[in-house]
Design a protein around this ligand. Structure first.
Ligand code: NAI
Ligand code: MG
Length: 359
């Protein structure tokens, strides 16, 4: 294939600013390997919600289903409750497209200050794999006796054998790829089977079964509380960390926090079967506090674009972006304010494109 069809959803706030730069990086890198991207942009966002009452049109999912990938900025706007933007767009996209693996690489980049003292880039290089469609984030539950002294709320977690097995197999496959690339290769399971006595022992059983299917892999497991502590005290212990929807959510924000700025952290929502387009988005949100000022760090969106091209089988283009990103982060004038520099979103994006073209 020489042209990819990619749906671009810039969303709200800095989403629109950083996606512009990420697209320029993707275009430059894919052109360098002789191919192109046909971008299809939709303005689905809290802005559209204000005028239409919907985050995305009723046939939104059908409009993206045939794309090769989806590239999303962020949604969220003051005045629109976050559960509207989440359940009106992000969650339907993840669930209806069965994007069951949420993948967030964590790497300390040269030039990026980390809150962890005395850690070098080689010591912080791991990936959090989060189960993205079931677990604790279910809509099953309800409230009773509202407003009385017997008021109660119930929320049901859902762990299926299929859901656990497939996310764990994904984590083991990723670890095997990383081992082949000369990086670690261990799978760590995030559990809490001492306190949550039904779903978490089941998760542990499924992890044991997954170990049986991947007998050559190195593994370990930690309860989520001490695991959070270890991310801070011993980030060098980890390579691929697999967790349920809730635990993975927590770890995948903690990971980027230990590696520096949220302004550089990328993520992918993947359907490993390839039946549906996977969706790629920076970890950060729409940052209303800095939106519209041209100061947002575009590197998270740029790194996300690299993950997207890699997923599409364009490893060479992906590597071009990653190399450019490292070059730009290493130059003081390439860094935006969140990294202590003075670059604007645009000038950082320009530097990335120049570095890709010079490679
Ligand atoms: P946020 O990630 O938007 O911002 C947190 C802090 O990090 C802010 O101080 C912001 O200025 C800074 N920041 C974030 N990205 C940055 C970048 N690229 N460069 C420089 N600084 C950056 O998280 P927050 O404030 O909790 O949420 C704001 C809105 O975004 C909410 O409506 C929330 O629901 C939404 N959100 C959407 C997400 C998505 O679409 N996937 C993910 C997270 C939040
Ligand atoms: Mg989160």
């Amino acid at each position: 294939m020489s042209t990819y069809r990619i749906v671009s959803l810039p969303g709200d706030g800095i989403g629109t600013e950083v996606i512009t730069e990420g697209r320029r990086a993707a275009d430059a890198a894919i052109a360098a390997v002789g191919r192109s991207i046909d971008w299809v942009e939709y303005d689905w966002s809290c802005e559209t919600y204000r005028t239409t009452g919907r985050m995305m049109p009723e046939d939104g999912i059908d409009r993206v289903r045939d794309a090769n990938a989806i590239y999303l900025g962020a949604v969220g706007s003051p005045g629109v409750p976050d559960h509207i933007s989440l359940w009106g767009m992000l969650i339907p996209l993840r669930r209806e497209l069965d994007l069951y693996a949420n993948v967030r690489p964590v790497r300390l980049m040269p030039g990026v200050p980390s809150p962890l003292a005395n850690r070098s880039p080689e010591e912080v290089d791991f990936v959090v794999v989060r189960e993205n469609v079931e677990g604790e984030y279910s809509a099953i539950g309800g409230r009773m006796y509202d407003g009385t002294e017997h008021e109660a709320a119930y929320q049901q977690a859902v762990f299926t054998r299929r859901g656990c097995d497939r996310i764990m197999d994904y984590a083991f496959a990723l670890a095997a790829d990383r081992r082949a690339a000369g990086k670690g290769g261990k799978v760590t399971s995030a559990t809490k089977s001492n306190g949550i006595v039904h779903t978490m022992p089941f998760w542990d059983e499924r992890f044991e079964a997954a170990r049986g299917r991947h007998p050559n892999a190195e593994t370990d497991q930690f309860h989520i509380d001490i695991l959070c502590a270890r991310f801070v005290t011993n980030p060098d212990w980890f390579d691929v960390v697999v967790g349920s929807n809730l635990f993975g959510d927590i770890l995948s924000d903690l990971g980027p926090a230990v590696s520096g700025s949220i302004g550089i952290a990328p993520s992918a929502n993947i359907d490993p079967t390839g039946r549906n387009p996977s969706m790629f988005e920076p970890v950060h949100g729409s940052a209303p506090d800095i939106a519209g000022r041209g100061v947002a760090n575009p590197i998270a969106a740029v790194w996300t674009a690299s993950m997207m091209l890699d997923h599409l089988g364009e490893a060479e283009a992906a590597a071009l972006i990653e190399g450019a990103m490292e070059t730009v982060l290493a130059m003081p004038e390439g860094r935006t304010r969140d990294l202590g520099g003075r670059a604007s979103t645009r000038s950082c994006g320009d530097a990335v494109v120049r570095a890709i073209e010079a490679a």
